[in-house]
Design a protein around this ligand. Sequence first.
Ligand SMILES: Nc1ncnc2c1ncn2[C@@H]1O[C@H](COP(=O)(O)OP(=O)(O)OP(=O)(O)O)[C@@H](O)[C@H]1O
Length: 236
Amino acid sequence: MIEVNGVSHQFRIGKRGSERIVPVLHQIDMRVGEGEIVTIVGRSGSGKSTLLNLISGYIRPTTGGIRIAGQEVTRLSEGQWADFRLAQFGFVFQSFQLIPSMTAYENVELPLILKGASEKDRRRKTRAMLERVGLESFGTHYPGELSGGQQQRVGIARALIANPPILLADEPTGSLDSDNERSLLELIRELNRDEGKTFLIITHDDQVASIGHRTLTIRDGRLERVPLQATGGGWL
Ligand SMILES: Nc1ncnc2c1ncn2[C@@H]1O[C@H](COP(=O)(O)OP(=O)(O)OP(=O)(O)O)[C@@H](O)[C@H]1O
């Protein structure tokens, strides 16, 4: 589903002429199979978010290639990336990233508008999705009128509404208390088990990391090698 092949990335910082090169990721090779939950752990600054930004096409690798659903994405133009992202990925963020001036319903509906879905289709799917995450009676609430756990459910509903096969999450429970964290993890397991969604989740939290079928560790921009037998025969 996701193949990262020999990817290295460096940022250039500073003004032209006195630029400094900051190498962040080194020769990353990893695979995420369809229907897998893979968690990525590593210290602050080790390169986890950079790896997720490369996989989701927000930045391009300095060297190496990335294939997603059989497509070599490093060759896509910006416009092609926008369509590809909408079709393949749902995003879940620590800070929810909901639009504060839109209701829960409108936030969830947004990807369908971007996709050009009809109003009737949008209404049916948005209602069903709010129900799926247990928020059917909160559609008219604005994000500021919802608890953190409810806001994250709106975030998940928005990530799922266009039915992408892959969910990318950066510290999805980072702003949640332990009860809400538990129920979000349960929802992730359900979506994986019942709907075959593939998850790639970055986390600092051992509890969150433990829901992965496999956990990869990044240390100083390199993936730690894991013996194949420790991955149940899967890929690193
Ligand atoms: N746009 C950028 N320009 C320059 N350096 C950057 C940029 N983005 C990230 N970095 C640097 O790359 C390194 C890795 O950052 P990254 O955000 O990927 O780490 P992380 O493992 O996700 O950290 P955290 O757990 O704190 O979110 C850091 O040293 C960071 O300062």
